[in-house]
Design a protein around this ligand. Structure first.
Ligand code: SF4
Ligand code: SF4
Length: 91
């Protein structure tokens, strides 16, 4: 299981500071990766990020609406193939 950020994200970064395992990172370049993303291999499913999000853009993967299920793979791919944690160096 993992929590997933989906396409309502407005990139304000509010979720980042509360994550106890620092597995939420901004997408870069923004034109290609327009949200923040959660590393599914590191997320410990604590749920602390959910109430911080002003636009309700974070859910456990099993609670995603059908139209947002594809974002589970997007979050994972950002770390397996995209910039992943290298994005933190550009902040
Ligand atoms: S559920 Fe917890 S561990 Fe997972 S991204 Fe949110 S704050 Fe981090
Ligand atoms: S708190 Fe919500 S809107 Fe802000 S970066 Fe995190 S997921 Fe995106």
């Amino acid at each position: 299981m993992t929590y997933v950020i989906f396409d309502l994200c407005i990139r304000d970064g509010a979720c980042v500071d509360v994550c106890p395992v620092d597995c939420i990172v901004p997408g870069i370049p923004e034109a290609e990766w327009p949200w923040y993303y959660i590393d599914p291999d590191t997320c410990i499913d604590c749920g602390a990020c959910v109430p911080e999000c002003p636009v309700d853009a974070i859910l456990p993967e099993e609670d995603l609406p059908a139209a947002q299920v594809y974002t589970t793979e997007l979050n994972a791919r950002y770390f397996s193939a995209g910039p992943g944690y290298a994005a933190l160096a550009s902040k």
